[in-house]
Design a protein. Structure first.
Length: 390
């Protein structure tokens, strides 16, 4: 019975792998490139991302004032988030926008000189018809949606879920059928499977050893990539599963008065956000590194104020946030990325890992190499199937 079940799992893994091969190839290859997304953006588009070194003692304009200049330059646009973080002196200010009316616009991102408010340029991210300036957003959209929008996100989410289950099946296959009583350590069980035998690098056996041994070495990393992809693209599955298995933070996000405009403007909401976040940092014992974003969504009927704190895993982005009533500024909820609930802590770690947002440049190199190794696993797996068919 054990042999039959194991054989069934092998067949399932083979054909699931073949079915997902082309999708995972695209995701892995594009993901390797995206490990250096910010660096490549600045290299490709210096006219959008880099500004001349300012004069001594010249200060950047208030981000909310820069937002007002965008509104003056493009009266028919609106925005959900305003960046508040002060970047390096030579970095430009960029903001995501959308049409405030039913009339379409040909851009969704605006770049400004943070010292003068001069518009440096615009682009519709991912639209290659506008030129090479969109190559990195194009790769990003290819990575998570195959350039198919919401349908593509759903497809990739389902693929990620199937991939996650397949990895669990593969983990089962790493355990031997017959184990003596004294072989109680997993490392003893896996010992032979983890060996790459250079002496056996002949014909098909070479690819079997490569596929099996290298795959086992990065099995935990593959699981992180797969399960975090479910979070990004199929949250309706990820969140219930994690909430069943682990503790999570309950958020008070009930929408009210959706038909009315907020009584608080951006400036008032930011000041209240700063005050409340400071109070919450003392209450929960975390340190604020810098403020990152402020957002307003009519559908959520509240302001969101983001900072980067010592509870954040992401080094270049703030995930510590509070939710404010749009009219009174009353604190509705707080969400702390780590240390409060195991589900949120795990999610913060695996998403930061997936996006190469941990540590320095060497971690980005590591993630890029992992993408290359996944491509190698896909190649060896498909080659093994092709050789066996012939």
């Amino acid at each position: 019975m054990k042999y039959k079940f194991r054989s069934l799992i092998v067949v399932i893994h083979r054909y699931v792998g073949l079915s997902l091969a082309s999708f995972l190839f695209v995701a892995a290859l594009s993901g390797s490139i995206l490990s250096f997304n910010h660096e490549l953006e600045e290299l490709i588009n210096p006219e959008l991302f880099i500004v001349p070194i300012p004069k001594p003692f010249q200060k950047k304009l208030d981000p909310l004032l820069l937002h007002e200049k965008v509104k003056v330059a493009f009266p028919n646009i609106s925005t959900d988030y305003i960046p508040l973080r002060s970047l390096a002196p030579e970095k430009s200010f960029s903001i995501s926008v959308h049409s405030a009316t039913n009339d379409p616009i040909d851009f969704d991102q605006v770049f400004l000189d943070p010292y003068t408010g001069r518009v440096l340029g615009t682009r519709m991210r991912g639209d290659l018809s506008q030129g090479f300036k969109n190559i990195m957003p194009f790769i990003y959209k290819l990575h998570y949606s195959l350039l198919l929008g919401d349908i593509g996100e759903l497809i990739f989410g389902i693929i990620a879920l199937i991939w996650t289950l397949d990895i669990l099946f593969v983990t089962y296959l790493t355990f031997p059928l017959n184990t003596s009583k004294r072989d109680i350590w997993i490392i003893r069980w896996w010992k032979h499977s983890w060996h790459i035998k250079l002496s056996d690098f002949k014909s098909l056996k070479r690819f079997v050893n490569l596929h099996k041994s290298i795959g086992l070495w990065i099995l935990p990393i593959l699981f992180i990539f797969a399960w975090s992809s479910v979070y990004f693209n199929l949250g309706s599955i990820y969140k219930p599963v994690m909430h069943i298995l682990f503790e999570y933070q309950h958020l008070n996000m009930n929408a009210k008065n959706l038909s009315t405009n907020p009584k608080l403007d951006w400036y008032e909401a930011r000041e209240i956000g700063r005050k409340l976040m400071l109070e919450e940092s003392i209450k929960y014992g975390f340190k604020i590194n810098y403020e990152d974003f402020i957002g307003y969504f009519p559908k959520r009927d509240m302001y969101e104020y983001f900072v980067n704190s010592d509870r954040d895993i992401f080094q270049n982005e703030g995930k510590t946030r509070i939710y404010l009533d749009k009219n009174t500024g009353k604190l509705l909820s707080i969400r702390i990325p780590t240390g409060q609930a195991s589900s949120d802590t795990i999610t913060s770690w695996i998403t930061a890992f997936h996006m190469a947002a941990i540590g320095n440049v060497w971690f980005k190199v590591f993630i890029a190499l992992m993408g290359g190794i996944i491509v190698l696993l896909i190649f060896t797996g498909v080659f093994m199937w092709w050789r066996k068919r012939h």
